[in-house]
Write a protein that binds this ligand. Structure first.
Ligand code: BGC
Length: 552
């Protein structure tokens, strides 16, 4: 059958348009995506390793006072221990922009190799802390946190981008949801393992070794199997290599050649545009075509942790303990709900739509936390009291169930979408740098709110006041972001994304103004609230038919 190119579609015969996104999944693509998804596992395992801080053998090895039942750590010990998480997150924040720069200049694969190597080195180093000299045990842990954290910044920047670029468009949302699933699996595996490793002198060392395995696997698979991203290869004029990679990814699909041609020509169209302008810089995220996707990606990434999730990820044991429940058992329930609900997200993320999930997810979070604050205030009970009277017990149970429901809502909406949206919105020229800034945003709220803020607020005030502040922050930051800054991007190919974000400050011949962008997103929100879907892909096709887009 004759194939000819028309725009970024290939027409096979008179009436069979083959969209670039018709590539399916074969075993090679699955292996490639599996490797990218494993990046989430190492991040999740690390979130879980924070629990080693309460292990007696770890504390003894680090010469830190062991926790006494019913007693709190001293301020000095708390400050010392907080460095464990904070250094890791600060180092991730610093590492991300380097990853963005390298990935746009030297390719995605190199960044994955550096990421896995650094993470692996950090994990192995921490597991050996104090073996050579006891005097440097804690310093070794901190050094390991910095090195591993740098690798983590690289992993979080590159894996969602790589997965988005190599996944067939129709599975892109699901692929990145698997990335989030593997984060939750890492957190869960570590919660389980910690309970068991706690008993052994070398248990904490093994916890770090557990992180090293997926890192080593990523490294081996990257060196042996993974192709460079075909989009990056096309960008640096290596069309033949891009076609080789794409042919492997499309192997076994009907119309393989047409599909490869279509993907190449779709990417080339964007590359031609890119080549007429200079290489993208971080500054370009604040102007021209970079600004609207940057506002959207950055604020979505920042909002993910404003929801309050890491207060529960980091302090659930303390919160459940104060509420009078078995802290380890309930923490495990929370983390399994987080993982299982993310599986549900895999089925809804492509059907429901990105914005649909974040809008309804945010509204649900606001209702959940408002109810908790209202019930505590209305009943006037002290939720941390151990009196055991029936009203107090009911409010404690209610609060715990609401925390579980929050976790389910988060896992279906903000968990995956906090990574999917930043990974897909940027134009190719700014993708690495844009994603890096999103990781910076995510780490900022992780440190400010997850590592410190919410728990400090709870200790200084009360549970109900902290939950009330959560409501305010979810309304002011998170809801505003999803209503005005996030357009629906379901089903839109990476190349067509620029049509969804065809807005800039002041507007231009090619792009609308930012107020038009905010208004479009607001109207989409209204459609979502009245249960009418948004279909951006069809909107783009209609615009193309009316020759609107072709002039952009
Ligand atoms: C977030 C983490 C969070 C985890 C919980 C991730 O997507 O980035 O901050 O701890 O989800 O599942």
């Amino acid at each position: 059958m004759l194939a000819h190119k028309s725009d970024n579609r290939i027409v096979v015969g008179p009436s069979e348009p083959v969209e670039p996104e018709e590539r399916g999944l074969n075993s090679y693509t699955l292996t490639v995506l599996f490797t990218a998804i494993m990046g989430g596992l190492v991040f999740g395992l690390d979130i879980g390793t924070t629990a080693v801080l309460s292990m007696d053998y770890f504390r003894t090895a680090m010469e830190i006072p062991i926790m006494q039942p019913g007693a709190e750590d001293s301020i000095d010990v708390t400050n010392q221990l907080s460095l464990f998480a904070v250094l890791f997150h600060v180092s991730s924040l610093v590492g991300a922009p380097f990853a963005g720069q390298i990935s746009d200049k030297y390719g995605r694969k190199l960044v994955i190799i550096i990421a896995a190597t650094l993470f692996l080195a950090g994990a192995v180093w921490q597991s050996c802390a104090g073996l050579i000299s006891q005097d440097f045990a804690w310093a070794s842990i901190l050094l390991g946190r910095v090195v591993g954290g740098f690798g983590n910044g690289f992993i979080l920047t590159i894996m969602p981008v790589y997965a988005s670029e190599l996944s067939p468009a129709k599975y892109r949302g699901q692929t990145v949801t698997f990335f989030q699933l593997s984060i939750t699996a890492g957190i869960f595996i570590m919660a389980l393992a910690n309970n068991f490793l706690d008993e052994f002198v070398w248990g904490w060392r093994l916890a770090f070794v557990l992180q090293a395995f997926p890192c080593a696997l990523i490294l081996i698979l990257t060196l042996v199997v993974l192709p460079e991203s075909p989009r990056y290869l096309l960008l640096v004029d290596k069309e033949e290599s891009a076609r080789v990679a794409l042919n492997k990814l499309a192997k076994g699909c009907p119309n393989q050649t047409a599909i490869v041609d279509a993907e190449v020509s779709a990417a080339m169209e964007e590359i031609q545009r890119i080549k007429s302008v200079e290489e993208g810089t971080f500054l370009d995220l604040f102007r021209g075509e970079g600004y609207a996707p940057f506002l959207c990606g950055f604020m979505v990434a920042l909002s993910q942790n404003v929801t309050g999730v890491n207060w529960f990820m980091n302090y659930a044991t303390t919160i459940f303990d104060s509420l009078g429940y078995n802290k380890f058992a309930m923490d495990l329930v929370l983390k399994s709900l987080n993982m299982v609900a993310t599986i549900a997200a895999i089925f809804v993320v492509e059907k429901g739509g990105r914005k649909f999930l974040t809008v309804w997810g945010t509204l649900s979070v606001i209702v959940i936390f408002s109810l908790v604050a209202l019930v505590i205030v209305a009943t006037g009970v002290d939720v941390f009291s151990t009196t055991g009277d029936s009203q107090t017990s009911s409010v404690q149970l209610f609060t715990m169930i609401m925390i579980f429901i929050f976790q389910i809502v988060f896992a279906i909406s903000w968990g995956p979408l906090g990574w999917i949206v930043p990974g897909e919105v940027f134009p190719m020229r700014l993708r690495g740098k844009g994603m890096a800034m999103c990781v910076v945003a995510n780490m900022l709220t992780n440190i400010a709110l997850g590592d410190y803020g919410f728990q400090a607020l709870k200790v200084a005030t009360s549970l109900q006041f902290t939950v009330f502040i959560l409501v305010v922050m979810n309304v002011v930051i998170v809801l505003t972001t999803v209503v005005f800054l996030q357009p629906e991007t379901k089903g839109v190919s990476l190349e067509d994304m620029r049509h969804v974000f065809a807005y800039e400050r002041g507007g231009s011949e090619q792009r609308g103004t930012m107020s038009q962008f905010f208004k479009k997103n607001w109207i989409q929100t209204l459609r979502i609230l009245s249960f009418r879907g948004n279909d951006p892909k069809t909107e783009i096709l209609l615009m193309e038919n009316e020759n609107i887009v072709s002039s952009i």
